[in-house]
Design a protein. Structure first.
Ligand SMILES: Cc1cc2nc3c(=O)[nH]c(=O)nc-3n(C[C@H](O)[C@H](O)[C@H](O)COP(=O)(O)OP(=O)(O)OC[C@H]3O[C@@H](n4cnc5c(N)ncnc54)[C@H](O)[C@@H]3O)c2cc1C
Ligand code: FES
Length: 347
């Protein structure tokens, strides 16, 4: 749907709050995100930073990345009243059901979905203990400190722990791991950079007694990953192990990566708005009919998303969910919007 830029303001030296008025009602749960694009440009994902409101406006906290095709351009060029294309709500990140303690781990603008959750949960009657760990480089970066400070004063069951990596207090997940008393009874939510969310998963779930269901995360994986370019080059042919046929064009690729990443490394401009988390559907491919039984079947998450997307059929798959192994030598897929002759990709 379309959304109009209602207002925007700097929250810190590199984070801007952007308020949008979607043209139709956007019924989201705190924790979810949207994808947003200027007309004809690549979309990016941003989490809603406030609980749903009766005026149907949504707030996003956008960190500026120098040269960023959305963040930098939006901050330099957008004016009040500009229109954007938005898709959503997306994602399954949400405040967990139950009564046990909840630990929130955030880095940077990863605080956004937690602010939305806290705004809605703290106003309720539940006295569930909630601790928010928020990691930043320096003191000035804690842009929502006054809001969080008010909640700390108002709600005894809410605790806020700012974590300054500059002061050597370690990372949010390290500090939380040291402080959590009985992790078996605790829900852990992590949001922000992927290194933190992956590390938190390793700490709180892998090799512990904690069920995976007690952990949830949303990683702000960049849509444009600088490392892709570095890995694209003549070397990739030398390491070839698997042949892939993309719209009939043969590509030699090393085994081990997801199909999405393999396509990106080969400079095929496939989209990946959610960064490979099976929640946006932009990395869609169609399997050749001969391959429908040979590619490992969909997970439940992939199946759920595919069932919601328009124009999908039994051969549709998410390229971010297929791992390229030796067994897939000769795999043939189509990207409906990719033209291998002109190397153009239409969104
Ligand atoms: C589910 C989800 C929710 C998100 N929510 C938010 C949010 O609420 N607030 C927010 O600010 N961002 C959020 N992001 C990240 C956001 O979608 C964009 O990736 C980010 O704003 C950069 O986009 P851009 O177009 O400005 O930069 P791009 O044009 O994509 O990149 C420009 C340059 O910056 C570098 N870069 C961009 N992001 C990173 C990064 N994370 N780490 C290292 N280098 C990077 C790139 O390598 C590139 O060189 C979310 C991402 C996901 C997947
Ligand atoms: S990249 Fe979003 S579903 Fe695959």
């Amino acid at each position: 749907m379309r959304a109009t830029l209602h207002s925007s303001q700097w929250l810190s030296r590199d984070v801007r709050e952007v308020i949008l008025s979607p043209h139709k009602s956007l019924n989201y749960r705190p924790g979810q995100y949207i994808s947003i694009a200027r007309t004809g440009r690549e979309p990016r994902c941003y989490s809603m930073a406030r609980a749903p409101s009766s005026d149907n406006r949504i707030a996003l906290h956008v960190r500026r990345w120098p040269g960023g095709s959305f963040s930098d351009v939006m901050m330099n060029e957008s004016r009040i009243g500009d229109e954007f294309d938005i898709t959503g709500p997306l994602g399954a990140f949400a405040f967990p059901e139950g009564a046990g303690p909840v630990v929130m781990l955030a880095t940077g603008t990863g605080i956004a979905p937690f602010l939305a959750m806290l705004e809605s949960v703290l106003a309720g009657n539940a006295m569930r203990p909630i601790t928010l760990y928020w990691g930043m480089r320096n003191e000035d970066d804690f842009y929502a400190r006054h809001v969080v400070g008010d909640w700390t004063a108002q709600f005894q069951h809410f605790r806020f722990v700012p974590v300054l990596s500059e002061l050597g207090s370690g990372y949010v997940q390290d500090l939380a791991a040291r402080e959590i008393g009985d992790p078996a009874n605790t829900h852990v939510l992590a949001c922000g950079n992927a290194r933190m969310t992956d590390d938190a998963f390793a700490r709180f779930v892998t090799g512990t007694e904690i069920p995976v269901a007690s952990f949830a995360s949303d990683a702000f994986v960049p849509a444009k990953d600088g490392s892709d370019a570095a890995e694209t080059g003549p070397d990739s042919e030398a390491k070839s192990a698997v042949r892939l046929f993309i719209n009939g064009q043969c590509l030699h690729a090393p085994a081990g990566e997801t199909l999405l990443r393999t396509l990106k490394v080969a400079a095929i401009p496939v989209m990946s708005v959610c960064g490979g988390k099976a929640s946006c559907g932009t990395c869609l491919v169609e399997l050749d009919a001969d391959w429908s039984e040979r590619v490992p079947p969909c997970s439940r998450t992939e199946r759920n998303l595919l069932s919601c997307l328009p124009d999908t059929g039994p051969l549709s798959r998410l390229s971010c969910q297929i791992r390229v192994t030796q067994d897939l030598d000769g795999l043939a897929v189509r990207l409906s919007s990719y033209n291998p002759t002109t190397k153009e990709f239409s969104v």
